[in-house]
Design a protein. Structure first.
Ligand SMILES: Nc1ncnc2c1ncn2[C@@H]1O[C@H](COP(=O)(O)OP(=O)(O)OP(=O)(O)O)[C@@H](O)[C@H]1O
Ligand SMILES: [Mg+2]
Length: 361
């Protein structure tokens, strides 16, 4: 007796989607079950296709169904639903799926370091990733990504430069070392809009925005000019007691941009010689703040000279020393971020009834 579709679905109730914490059948993620004798084929629709859990889910599905009596072979196809920008009042960039802002309340906490390493770590998972330097006054991306060229234009659109697998745009590419020290607000607004809508970004899974510190013109312009999926807030442990991190979080909440999570940068220092851990700026404040504010804590990055050297040399540590624990810390953040993007977008899609029968939460 061949297995029935019901038995297959019953078996798949044991496979839990790790981000959404529901089984695949409850999520209505199993499609097109076909049974031919001992062979069972079906499709599983995931909303986080580049996430690290894809292979695990595929394996769990195969194992669950193969354990059924009468089943000899199982073919699982993982398919994707694309949650694009859904809010009609905010324009999208055609071809760009998720725009993620990396922000901080204070300057110098490591936004650009986190933005570059995070963007490269996402690209290393197989995603198409762009990195836009939204810091018009103090662009950091050219040095950190090791790019100095001037971009070409085609049909009045700027062709982004490329480095370490990312598409890049920065004010530094346009002005070289002569970035104007003072720019009037309207010019900054115009430049940000140009970077968003006048650059040939092409098809991207993620566009990461490296923001200037604080809550100024650029943040407001960005929010008004484009649909931002969510924000990552970078902080150092000692700033956490200060009100500016909270202010940053509140600003995004006020303008209806979800917080994907907080990164505690320059956390514990581990002495390279004696391996002693020292909490130079303190430790654990990130987690406490997140609990207080009800936002996710993504993880922490150690204070480490190799991270700074990578930035100065134009080779992010996830490229220069991919096997180091520091690179691992950035990859952990990338994975945690993907999970949050997935959760937030799935909720939003459910609310917007965009899921065409796919029950996501
Ligand atoms: N985890 C770390 N360990 C060691 N050095 C770090 C770390 N994170 C950042 N740095 C260094 O600290 C300095 C400031 O970092 P970065 O430029 O990324 O901060 P930022 O928040 O983008 O600053 P700004 O607000 O000026 O744009 C850089 O020299 C960088 O290499
Ligand atoms: Mg910066």
């Amino acid at each position: 007796m061949p297995v029935t579709e019901n038995e297959v679905l019953h078996a798949l109730r044991t496979v839990i989607e790790p981000d959404l914490k529901q089984d695949l059948v409850a999520l209505n993620a199993v499609r097109n079950v076909t049974i031919r004798g001992g062979q069972v084929d079906f499709e599983v629709i995931l909303t986080n296709p580049t996430g690290p859990q894809k292979a695990g889910i595929q394996r769990a599905c195969e194992e669950a169904v193969r354990a059924l009596p009468g089943v000899e072979q199982v073919n699982v196809t993982i398919a994707t639903v694309t949650f694009g920008p859904s809010a009609k009042d905010r324009p999208a960039i055609p071809g760009v799926r998720h725009i993620i802002a990396v922000a901080s309340g204070k300057g110098g906490v490591g936004k650009s370091t986190v933005a570059t390493n995070l963007a490269v770590a996402l690209a290393q998972t197989g995603a198409a990733v762009g990195l836009m330097d939204a810091d018009i006054y103090g662009p950091n991306i050219p040095i950190m990504m090791g790019v100095k060229d001037r971009p070409d234009t085609e049909d009045e659109r700027i062709i982004p430069l490329q480095s370490h697998g990312l598409k890049l745009m920065s004010m530094g590419f346009i002005t070289g070392d002569n970035v104007p020290v003072i720019w009037r607000g309207p010019l900054v607004t115009k430049m940000i809009q140009k970077f968003l809508h006048n650059v040939a970004w092409g098809d991207l899974d993620y566009l990461i925005l490296d923001l200037p510190p604080g809550t100024g013109d650029v943040q407001i312009t960005l929010r008004q000019s484009v649909y931002i999926a969510g924000a990552v807030i970078v902080t150092t442990p000692q700033n956490l007691a200060l009100e500016d991190v909270k202010r940053g979080i509140l600003m995004f909440k006020q303008v209806d941009v979800p917080i994907f999570g907080v990164v505690e940068n320059m956390s514990t220092f581990i002495c390279p010689r004696c391996k002693t851990r020292t909490d130079i700026f303190g430790h654990g404040g990130g987690l406490r703040l997140c609990e207080q504010m009800g936002v996710p804590f993504l993880s922490e990055i150690p204070l480490d000279p190799e991270i700074r050297k990578g930035g100065d040399a134009g080779v992010p540590i996830v490229v220069g020393q991919p096997d180091s624990p520091q690179a691992g810390a950035f990859r952990k953040i990338a994975a945690a971020l993907l999970a949050q993007v997935h959760i937030v977008e799935a909720k939003r899609a459910e609310q917007a009834k965009l899921t065409e029968g796919l029950k996501v939460l």
